[in-house]
Design a protein around this ligand. Structure first.
Ligand code: HH2
Length: 298
């Protein structure tokens, strides 16, 4: 795995897209499309190969510990593993990481995690890192700047013909703005970049970016009004796991926010989210299964 991976051809890999099938493959060859066809929420387990992530920094920087954690999340029911090697700094303060360092952290981990049998997404805002990770076995790009931070990102996604999660973000929170209008305007820009790069619409997933450039109140609003984002007609991902808005409602450090994370994720699914990004996979899967069983018992 290196930053100098050869450029890929324009022919699509059988990597998967966000919904349905097209001429390039069947559902079986497009894992995200297959997952989204299931009648249940999809759980994305978080693997932070970082020293400074806000809730689990340092725990999985060692490659052995990282691979073991991924294996455990798959056994617990994770449908996707989201691997990141730079803290996205939802709450500021972490040190920015060079593309070379990001790839160095990913290198001993990615191929092994990709071999666990579930699709792997690469959580990066850098096109070079995304390209290297896709070459090493990742099959989904998760960009917390929705294709808007690195001008080469949309091209990398298009050339690899993979799905991309486009998350709303802002440099700073502004309590005075209408956060839902801001999210919608941001998504419109991301969709435009995706279309101009030639990324198929059925490979797009949108994410309101809970905790990113938002006050705690705005994160609550984004969760409460998630259904408004259905107008885009695309699958929605929500990542509320251990985020700070929980502490604002019910004070607790990040590793004591499981109850709040489950509440937020159950309501996000009720509001239309199809993919949930979570640290605590076993508990999240259990919550969804029990909610579904109660619904089925009506
Ligand atoms: N949140 C984090 C990181 N990546 N990606 C998407 N699509 N949505 C999110 O809500 C999201 C994300 C922050 O969580 P974590 O990875 O645990 O922290 P850090 O970025 O500090 O590693």
């Amino acid at each position: 795995m290196s930053l100098d991976s050869p450029p890929v051809s324009n022919s699509p890999r059988t990597a998967g897209d966000a919904s349905g099938t097209d001429e390039s493959g069947t559902d079986a060859s497009r894992p995200l499309a297959r997952l989204l066809g299931l009648d249940r929420p999809i759980v994305m387990g978080i693997l932070n190969v970082t020293p400074d992530s806000f809730s689990d920094g340092g725990r999985f920087l060692d490659p052995g510990a990282a691979i073991e954690h991924a294996r455990r999340m798959v056994a617990e029911g994770a449908d996707i593993i989201d691997v990141g090697a730079e803290s996205t700094r939802p709450y500021g303060s972490a040190t920015p990481v060079s593309p070379r360092e990001e790839v160095r952290r990913l290198e001993p981990v990615l191929a092994a995690v990709a071999g666990l049998g579930v699709p792997v997404s690469i959580d990066t805002m850098k096109a070079q890192v995304a390209a290297a990770a896709l070459a090493a076995g990742a099959s989904i790009v998760n960009d917390v700047w929705g294709l808007q931070r690195d001008a080469d990102m949309a091209g990398v996604v298009a050339r690899h013909a993979v799905p991309v999660i486009m998350m709303h973000n802002r440099e700073t929170a502004d309590p005075a703005i209408d956060i839902m209008a801001d999210i919608a305007a941001f998504f419109a820009r991301s969709l435009d970049l995706a279309e101009r790069a030639g990324i198929a619409r059925d490979r797009l997933v949108l994410d309101p970016g809970i905790g990113f450039g938002k006050t705690p109140e705005q994160s609550l609003t984004a969760l409460a009004r998630l259904d408004q984002l259905a107008t885009f007609g695309l699958p929605l991902l929500v990542g509320a796991s251990r985020k700070r808005f929980i502490d604002k409602v019910s004070p607790a450090p990040p590793d004591r926010r499981l109850g709040g994370s489950l509440a937020a994720h159950l309501l996000a699914v009720a509001g239309g989210a199809r993919i949930i990004r979570a640290h605590d996979v076993a508990e999240t899967v259990q919550a969804f299964r029990v909610a579904a069983a109660i619904r089925d018992a009506r």
